[in-house]
Design a protein around this ligand. Structure first.
Ligand code: NAD
Length: 485
């Protein structure tokens, strides 16, 4: 069966997709990598250029389609977080690819001189990419850019929760790349499951921690190495000395970007107990200034579907039922049409660990504001919970900043703002522990998707003969020398 075409028609119920259905596509891609050999710098630059031009040419189609899938997705959010970030990443890579591809000389121990050692980056083959719905372009195309830069072919499985966008991704890729270089398979979780059973040379999965476990288990069958870009609860610590109005504005803009449906969104805030009310007032003011209206405000993004809306509403119900105070920020006092899935920003006060809002990744416009009395308590709270994908710290005390940076472990950190570490292409991006494994972006992505092959070139005249049997008295002298004993 032609899976790429068959699974494209998501509207009609189709038979469950199996790994056997997808395997021919992988085999075709792999056969082509063999014929292609190691792609030249020029070939890779041309692929990256084609990807960039496709994104720029289709950006308006993408923005419109993502918005249809979400109900409303701010056009600027799509341009900034999907198009600009991805294109910037591609440009960063293009400018440095020659240097990254060059064999790197390695040191040779005196013992093996005058031999020569070098590390040669080599394409792995075919990279599988499973993407989520929340930033459907960035999370399909940034891994693709890294895969192509490293000289690989790729097979992409976008999310079924944004079906029109996934179909547009399939068409755009088909119009841009040889199907033997990049192929897109659209379909639901069964397709994802089948996809993760394929014997890729590397698999990059971006999605939830729960599904990440299944993906890693499936990949283990074929010993496929995985990069897992997962989620979790990313804390924000606001220090005693922090300028609260600025911190509140930055936290709320990061929280409400894409209506909170961001893997690295600040999930909850820890503020000094005596400054909580001041922070809450500043956060309400900031949210109202960022989004003075909600119902017909093009800047404010909808929750992606009814299931996620109901999930978020249930977190608030659960928090209220267990004694939390929920403050909704609906500045124009609009009655929000349930069908539009626009959810008013909400601050949750007095949230406790037995509430779902403090247990599950929120992934929506809800911000629990918790308190601490000493920075030790804030650090301990973070360390008592699973290692997060991101951590944010607002404050100017150098010693305290250093403590937070060194005493907590997270995928990445932005100090005195939120989200921005993801957009720095010269740094690896990835989680740690339950928030992910491995990293990509920039050089880290190139290296993750290359085999960094160590090669030793023996010299015509060398001393290694001394290490061969029969081992006589001379060997004792050599050992003494080697061990400096
Ligand atoms: P998800 O895990 O539900 O789905 C992600 C992808 O996996 C989809 O394409 C889906 O079809 C596929 N899939 C579903 N079941 C599968 C299975 N059993 N085997 C293989 N594939 C399967 O995630 P989501 O709801 O699309 O995305 C939200 C989650 O992703 C959040 O937890 C968020 O934090 C995380 N996320 C992480 C990053 C990051 O860079 N670390 C970025 C964005 C989102």
């Amino acid at each position: 069966m032609n899976v790429e075409a068959a699974s494209a028609s998501a509207a009609t119920p189709s038979p469950r997709v199996t790994a056997a259905d997808l395997a021919p596509t992988l085999h075709r891609l792999r056969a082509a990598t063999r014929t292609r050999g190691t792609p030249t710098l020029e070939a890779r630059l041309a692929w990256l250029d084609a990807l960039e031009r496709m994104l720029l040419r289709r950006k308006d189609d993408f923005a419109r389609t993502i918005s249809e899938d979400f109900g409303n997705r701010s056009r600027v959010e799509t341009m900034v977080a999907e198009v600009v970030v991805t294109v910037e990443g591609i440009r960063h890579t293009r400018a440095r690819l020659k240097e990254w591809m060059a064999p790197r000389r390695a040191e040779v121990s005196w013992l093996f001189q005058p031999g020569r050692a070098e590390v040669i980056p080599q394409p792995l083959g075919v990279v599988g990419i499973i993407a989520p719905w929340n930033y459907p372009l960035q999370l399909a195309f940034a891994p693709l850019a890294d895969a192509l830069a490293a000289g690989n072919a790729a097979m992409i499985k976008p999310s079924e929760l944004t079906p029109a966008t996934s179909e547009l991704i399939r068409q755009a890729v088909a119009d841009t790349f040889d199907p033997d270089l990049v192929s897109v398979v659209v379909g639901g979780s069964d397709t994802g499951q089948a996809f993760s059973q394929l014997a890729f040379d590397h698999l990059i999965f971006t999605g939830s921690t729960a599904v990440g476990r299944h993906v890693m288990r499936a990949a283990a069958e074929n010993l496929v190495p995985v990069t897992l870009e997962l989620g979790g609860k990313s804390p924000t610590i606001v220090s005693r000395d922090s300028a609260l109005a600025t911190a509140a504005t930055r936290v709320m803009s990061g929280k409400l970007f894409n209506a909170g449906q961001t893997c690295i969104a600040p999930d909850y805030v820890l503020v000094p107990a005596e400054r909580r009310d001041e922070f809450v007032a500043a956060a309400q003011k900031a949210a109202a200034e960022l989004y003075p209206t909600l119902g017909s405000n093009g800047d404010y993004t909808s929750i992606v579907n009814d299931r996620h809306y109901a999930r978020l509403a249930s977190y608030l119900d659960d928090a209220r039922a267990k004694g939390a105070k929920v403050i909704e920020v609906n500045p124009a006092r609009e009655t929000l049409d349930r069908a539009s899935r626009r959810m008013a920003p909400a601050l949750v006060l007095d949230a406790t660990d037995d509430m779902t809002v403090m247990q599950e990744e929120i992934f929506g416009p809800i911000l629990p504001v918790r308190t601490y009395t000493s920075i030790d308590e804030a650090i301990a709270y973070v360390n008592d919970h699973p290692r997060p994908l991101a951590l944010y710290y607002f404050g100017n005390d150098r010693a305290e900043t250093a403590r937070v940076l060194h005493e907590t472990v997270s995928g990445g950190v932005t100090v005195n703002d939120v989200l921005l570490h993801i957009a720095q292409h010269d740094m690896p991006f990835g989680g740690v522990g339950p928030s992910g494994m491995g990293a990509y972006h920039g050089r880290a992505g190139f290296e993750a998707l290359s085999k960094l092959k160590p090669v030793f070139h023996q010299a015509a005249v060398n001393g290694t003969g001394l290490l061969r049997p029969p081992f006589g008295r001379m060997m004792d002298v050599v050992l003494k020398l080697l061990l400096n004993d």
